[in-house]
Design a protein around this ligand. Sequence first.
Ligand code: HEC
Length: 149
Amino acid sequence: MKRKIVLALLAVLVIIQFIRPAKNQAEGISETDVSKVYALPPGMQDILKTKCYDCHSNNTVYPWYYNIQPVAWWMAYHVKNAKKELNFSVIGEYPKKRVDHKLEEILEVLDDGSMPIKSYLWMHQYAKVTPEEAAIITRWINSMGIHKK
Ligand code: HEC
């Protein structure tokens, strides 16, 4: 009996290797990308690109283990939820009110250190936002007239 269960689980593992969600990879940088619609301070685009874009843009850079299922499903789930909240690739399409609200939320996540999410940091330790980087982003958001509540 145990042997049968193990074999069945193995079969499932093999089968799911062939089922993958579509990749989140648009061609090029869109005209509505945050870097195209706003004058960002030096360094800021790099910070967003290396630390936020894997989930909050239309261009995820996939690690090798994306090819081992169910990892791709798990990533697709995070990217979908993250983009629903905030997608830097299309921020130029947001009404001003929504942009202001998102900028306010960014101040919050920088403050409480909740982004990037923990499970991402396990594999991407370089993605932790340093105090200097948080200061660059905060100054820019403040210059847009948005301040912490
Ligand atoms: C590994 C994926 C991932 C990365 C990388 C990531 N986020 Fe998120 N983010 C999410 C998900 C998923 C949500 C949706 C809500 C949740 O789960 O908290 C979210 C939500 C948010 C929100 C909405 C407010 C909230 O707390 O829900 C903001 C603002 C945000 N992220 C900013 C950032 C910034 C800034 C960075 C880069 C420094 C970043 N995120 C990096 C996955 C990510």
